[in-house]
Design a protein around this ligand. Structure first.
Ligand SMILES: NC(=O)c1ccc[n+]([C@@H]2O[C@H](COP(=O)([O-])OP(=O)(O)OC[C@H]3O[C@@H](n4cnc5c(N)ncnc54)[C@H](OP(=O)(O)O)[C@@H]3O)[C@@H](O)[C@H]2O)c1
Length: 230
């Protein structure tokens, strides 16, 4: 497949590198332009492109940038992107640590619903609840005992099937996390967030949280991250 990756930080470069290893043709972009990505692109075997070119003529787009930066993407970036193109949102909203306040999310919109609204294209939420380091190092062959599982949430069954397959190909058990309205179950601080669970434990964790506590889970996670940075 041809895959465009927007964002070349910890998540973007890790996903791009793995996808190249799997034989996909990967174009990768950052905020500063392809000339700043030449070294990385050569290292991982991807092509450095502009953000605009990263969404052209691809089957899958991965958005791997800070949530607040989604609002800074070029206007109408997805206007000519066909409906069949699968867009994966790996982002997490961190209001205190990074993104500042996004009112719509604070008022109850889910992280990925906001991203979909900003770009004007449906998204599948995946890879947001694994740390880049685990994604880099902990993939394992199908059938491995304790293989880490990742949940995938979204509204299109076809798009979700594509991402569930990708998750498995990348070395993780793929768990259907429901429609996008259920994607809060894998947002920051929930029991299913970044705990490297296997499929049985992940399914249990996805069923556990309380929707009225979304903001509380997120605040607890941010407090943990702040404490571990000190
Ligand atoms: N790190 C993790 O373990 C992890 C795990 C799961 C999910 N996430 C989520 O995944 C997202 C990406 O995280 P990360 O850790 O990979 O971030 P990161 O290392 O800080 O990298 C961010 C990347 O986004 C690019 N970027 C920023 N604004 C952009 C714009 N307007 N247009 C194009 N590219 C832009 C940056 O470009 P420049 O290089 O030019 O600055 C950089 O390449 C975040 O929402 C994060 O919360 C992270």
């Amino acid at each position: 497949m041809r895959v465009g990756v927007v964002g070349a930080g910890s998540m973007g470069r890790t996903l791009a590198g793995h996808l190249v290893t799997l034989g996909h043709e990967v174009a990768i972009a950052n905020s500063r332009g392809p000339e700043t990505l030449a070294g990385l692109a050569t290292e991982i075997g991807a092509t450095a492109v502009s953000v605009v070119d990263a969404v052209k003529a691809v089957a899958v787009v991965i958005i791997a940038i800070p949530t607040k930066a989604v609002a800074d993407l070029p206007q109408a970036l997805f206007a000519n992107v066909p409906d069949s193109v699968v867009v994966i949102d790996v982002g997490n909203y961190h209001p205190e640590l990074r993104d500042g306040r996004i009112d719509a999310i604070d008022r109850g919109m889910l992280d990925s619903q906001w991203v979909a609204q900003q770009i004007g294209h449906p998204v599948i939420k995946a890879f947001n609840n694994i740390l880049a380091r685990s994604l880099l190092e902990k993939g394992a062959p199908r059938g491995t005992r304790g293989r880490i599982a990742l949940s995938v949430a979204g509204d299109s069954a076809d798009a979700k099937a594509t991402v569930l397959r990708l998750v498995d190909d990348l070395g993780f058990d793929a768990v259907d996390g429901g429609d996008l309205d259920n994607s809060w179950r894998q947002q920051p601080g929930t029991p299913a967030y970044c705990r490297d669970l296997d499929a049985v434990a992940l399914r249990r964790a996805l069923a556990e949280p309380d929707r009225s506590r979304i903001a509380e889970y997120r605040a607890e996670r941010e407090a943990q991250l702040r404490a571990s940075a000190n």
